[in-house]
Design a binder for this molecule. Sequence first.
Ligand code: CP
Ligand code: NVA
Length: 303
Amino acid sequence: MKLENFVSVNQLTEEGFWEIMETAGSLKRDLRSGKSHKVLPDRTLGMVFLKPSLRTRVSFEVGMTQLGGHAVYLGPDDIKLGERETTEDVGLVLSRYVDGIMARVFEHEIIEALAKYSSVPVVNGLTDFLHPCQALADFFTIYENKRELTGLKLAFIGDGNNVAHSLINTSALVGVDFAMACPGGYEPNDNLVNRARKSTSVEIYHEPEEAARGADVVYTDVWASMGEEDVAGQKKGSFEGFRIDQDLLEIAGSDVSVMHCLPAHYDEEISQAVAHGPNSVIFEQAENRMHAQKALLSLLMSR
Ligand code: CP
Ligand code: NVA
């Protein structure tokens, strides 16, 4: 696959997507069996974070070590992207030291600018608009559990946010039927939905039960994302009832897989019992961040 950056799932062909899935499976098996897979010897990944992270930071850093390379963490107070110097200059300078950049930023335009000015591959580690690495790990997890993707029904209960957007893009790429339930006013981006509807079904409801009926996977995320602290109280009122709990699982069916990108706010968007219950694949999903990203990095950064 020829891929220069990974800012959005929409940059992938279906063939490229499956190459990542197969590579992730093979790297996961290598790790489990103790087989060395140092396919990025001496390569360095620069990791720019303007927001907090557990999974993204650790999975990329440990993943680079396992691939024989190294990662440099640059937190919000280190380079002060856009404050101490422009995004353009950061991209131009950082890419003279490192072999790849992963960045977690606020406005989506910032990651696009980094990709434009960097001479090395840039990976989107979450923006306010998209979270494509999460979606790769999510679909890898669904495929591991269901042994197929095309024709499955994925129900997302919650905000039309970055995670929902990347799930919609990926559903369109592989032919998963996407159903969403959110309060009025919190629907996903119109243009993104219209693009996806050319390839798959995207239904938007305002009752969780309607989206969950007959779903193979039910997925949720926090009601208020990072950067939305000032509207979190207001959103809490609007989203009450948009929750994955035992009652909702009974509507979906006994084989439904429960997913959440984490971190979770228990008894808001999901009950703790369901997140830790028999239908949950949430912690497998968190682990799979590392396997999917190692696959992505190995395809983007090998010489
Ligand atoms: N799901 C996810 O991206 O987690 P972090 O915010 O901890 O990286
Ligand atoms: N929508 C959440 C995802 C966190 C991984 C956020 O942006 O905070």
